[in-house]
Structure formats: C-alpha cells, structure tokens
Ligand binder design. Structure first.
Ligand code: MG
Length: 160
C-alpha cells in the first residue's frame, strides 16, 4: 500500500441567522454561515482534503457554485459523493483530522456529534476521525467574528 495525504481549507462569512452547520451538525447560535450551499465549512475542508490526497482536484471542480443544482446543497451529501469517487479510484481512508477556527460559540457539546456525522459520511469508524476547535484570539477575520474557517488533513492508502 502507498500512503497519500491531502490538505483542505475553507472559510465562510457569518451573517444574521440562528445556527451554524458544521460537520453536518446544526449548532445553535445567533449567526449563520453564508454560502452557495449550506456553507458547511468543515464538510468543505474535509472534502478538499480527500480530493487532494487522491489527486482529484478540488470541491469547486466537482460541484461548481455556478451550477444551480448545488444551490443549498447538503454538503455532507457532497462529501459522501466524493467518498464514493475516491473509493472507486482505489483509495481507502486511513484517517481525517480537522480544526475549526471560530471565535464563538463553544463547540465542546457538539464535537462528538460532528465526529460521528463525518465518520458516517466517510464510511469509517469514528476512531479514524478527529475534530478540534480553536479561536482567533480576537485577531483577523475570525477574531472579529466576520467568518469561520476550517482546516483538514486526510491520509489515504492506495493498493498500487
Ligand atoms: Mg465552502
């Protein structure tokens, strides 16, 4: 087997709303994330990490935001579709690690649910998925509460 790794990064703007969709979990908050799809910044970062590790481009190539069929899309379904493509190309997911970067709200109570939802979409045991969170310490667009960012890394095996 040969190992591949890929990185993913995404950010979305915060707007007036009532919850944040993060890793397929709706976290109650007085803001929401703005985007063409459901703006699930965590799902998008994980999707790009998988595509990167597989050498299959990025989420914008597979689901262009110029295409109306992806408006309001459930990003966890898009992630599931990418998992199918990556698996069909002969890759197995070893692990996925990710970090949400947001000033608020605290995510501790939702982290296990995000991990379980991501593991389900990735079709792996939740032990292969890790979700972390940190703040911007008041600095930059995250610190000013203008948006939320997410980083992800995926390791894949390919039976070469
Ligand atoms: Mg995005």
């Amino acid at each position: 087997m040969s190992a591949r790794v890929g990185i993913g990064y995404d950010s979305h703007r915060l707007v007036d709303g009532d919850s944040l969709r993060l890793g397929g979990v709706d976290v109650p908050y007085d803001r929401s994330l703005d985007g063409h799809s459901d703006a699930d910044v965590l799902a998008h970062a994980v999707t790009d990490a998988l595509l990167g590790a597989a050498g299959m481009g990025d989420i914008g190539q597979h689901f262009p935001d110029s295409d109306a069929q992806w408006a309001g899309a459930d990003s966890m379904e898009l992630l599931g579709a990418v998992v199918v493509k990556v698996s069909a190309a002969g890759f197995a997911i070893v692990n996925v690690d990710c970090t949400l970067i947001l000033e608020a709200p605290k995510l501790g109570a939702h982290r296990d649910a995000m991990r379980a939802r991501l593991a389900s979409a990735l079709a792996v045991n939740s032990a292969r998925v890790n979700v972390k969170a940190t703040t911007g310490e008041g600095m930059g667009f995250v610190g000013r509460g203008e948006g939320v960012a997410a980083l992800a890394i995926a390791a894949l095996d390919h039976a070469d």
